[in-house]
Write a protein that binds this ligand. Structure first.
Ligand code: FAD
Length: 390
């Protein structure tokens, strides 16, 4: 597909080098274990994070504090190669870099940045990002988690749900309505809550059928006492967590296409060797029509991703454009993964091939970071000026 759409010449030598380095790491270090991790429902975050850190992939697009300061496009290409292995791996990198580290980088004090960012970039300190609650996902403004003041301290109460790396993280970035001096209207602010703080408990979520090679947890806060400097001082309002989400969504625009590419190459390999009715499946017109249509969607998606990457590198990208990219990549990737599964027949339902694993993962990717419907509403609003969210 890269050749069909002549994508390589659109990349700089540095971008190609980053892409190839990440691809090699993924193939050598991660792919051989993925089926087992998926089956066991686990991901060795502690072991892998320092290796991702060494490659400069954690907080890769952030500047300073031990972060690589790479371009948005390079970050996207890295996401694509990681998600070609598994969406769980890319999720780990997204949450660490684009959500938890970005929150500290954008809204933290100098001391917080010094304390957390270099260690997080190295993968020695793991972060998570707690925005979603059991009753509030698409509408995070409804969140019930509250932070009230007690002298200089903060007292945090509430719960978060579906938090990637929640039960393994050393520090949780937690979003809560916080008391504001001089007003009775609380405001959403971010808090840094170290693991082990009394009253802060986590519970891993099991029985997932998607993103199994990724840790997902519920977080509970029961009168958690935090010092005054636990708040991210520059975070003010819901736009703060949403700014972090924009960063992570951007990575998904590239990432989801990695999963689709892996499915398509698996299906092509399979179709070439699998004989049905005395000749290879690849030689049938129905198969070729499927492959051609999938290649078109994948190539168009990659060109759109690259275009959006260039816009982001020029600081010109808008929220609606990120929504368009996230919606397109996740929806098409899921379609491609399902179609590829048909080509593999019964073999396609096993972990011997990556295809259904990717398809199942993409169900989560379609839902998190703004569901497909939420992104349709964002685009619909931009087109019509009418807000159809409520
Ligand atoms: P709901 O908001 O209840 O939506 C249910 C359905 O209603 C969806 O189809 C939705 O599109 C639709 N809907 C909602 N509003 C409208 C509307 N106005 N009009 C029409 N339809 C609508 N969250 C975090 O904070 N941190 C994490 O690290 C994190 N990791 C995750 C990892 C996994 C594996 C998963 C599955 C989720 C994760 N999430 C995380 C949560 C994720 O962001 C939410 O699941 C997502 O925002 C959707 O929220 P919800 O599940 O509550 O669905």
């Amino acid at each position: 597909v890269e050749e069909l759409f002549a994508i390589d010449p659109l990349l700089s030598p540095e971008e190609r080098e980053i892409r190839d380095t990440v691809a090699r790491f993924g193939e050598r270090r991660l792919r051989p274990h993925l089926a087992d991790w998926f089956e066991e429902g686990t991901f060795p975050v502690r072991e892998i994070a320092p290796e991702l850190g060494k490659l400069g992939l954690l907080g890769m697009h952030l500047e300073g504090y031990g972060c690589a300061g790479a371009s948005a496009t390079a970050y996207g290409l890295a996401c694509l190669e990681l998600e070609a292995i598994d969406s769980g791996v890319r999720s780990m990198v997204s949450v660490q870099g684009s959500l938890a580290m970005a929150a500290v980088h954008f809204f933290g004090s100098e001391e917080q940045k010094q304390q957390y960012l270099p260690a997080m970039a190295a993968g020695e300190v793991i972060g998570c990002f707690g925005l979603t609650e059991p009753d509030f996902g698409s509408n995070p403004g409804g969140m019930r988690t509250r932070a009230r003041r007690d002298g200089d301290d903060w007292i945090l109460n509430g719960s978060k749900m579906w938090i990637t790396n929640g039960s393994v993280a050393d520090v949780a970035v937690v979003w809560a309505y916080a008391e504001e001096p001089g007003t009775d209207k609380p405001r959403v602010r971010g808090f840094l809550v170290p693991a082990g703080t009394p009253g802060f408990t986590t519970r891993e979520i099991h029985r997932k059928l998607s993103l199994r090679a990724s840790i997902t947890a519920a977080l509970d806060f029961d009168d958690v006492r935090l010092p005054a400097d636990a708040v991210l001082p520059e975070s003010r309002g819901l736009s703060s967590p949403l700014a972090c989400l924009s960063e992570a969504r951007f990575g998904i625009i590239f990432g989801a296409l990695g999963a689709a590419r892996d499915c398509l190459s698996s299906a092509i390999d399979y179709a070439r060797t699998r004989e049905v009715f005395d000749k290879p499946l690849a030689g049938y017109q129905l198969t070729q029509a499927k492959l051609a249509d999938m290649a078109l969607e994948l190539g168009k998606g990659q060109l759109l991703a690259l275009h959006l990457g260039r816009l982001k590198d020029r600081h010109e990208i808008t929220g609606e454009q990120i929504s368009a990219g996230k919606l397109n990549s996740t929806r098409e990737a899921l379609e491609i993964a399902r179609e590829c599964r048909t080509i593999l027949g019964a073999n396609g339902i096993t972990l011997d091939y990556p295809v259904l694993r990717h398809a199942n993962n993409l169900e989560s990717v379609l839902t998190y970071e703004g569901t497909a419907e939420v992104h349709q509403l964002v685009i619909g609003k931009a087109l019509t000026d009418a807000n159809a969210f409520r």
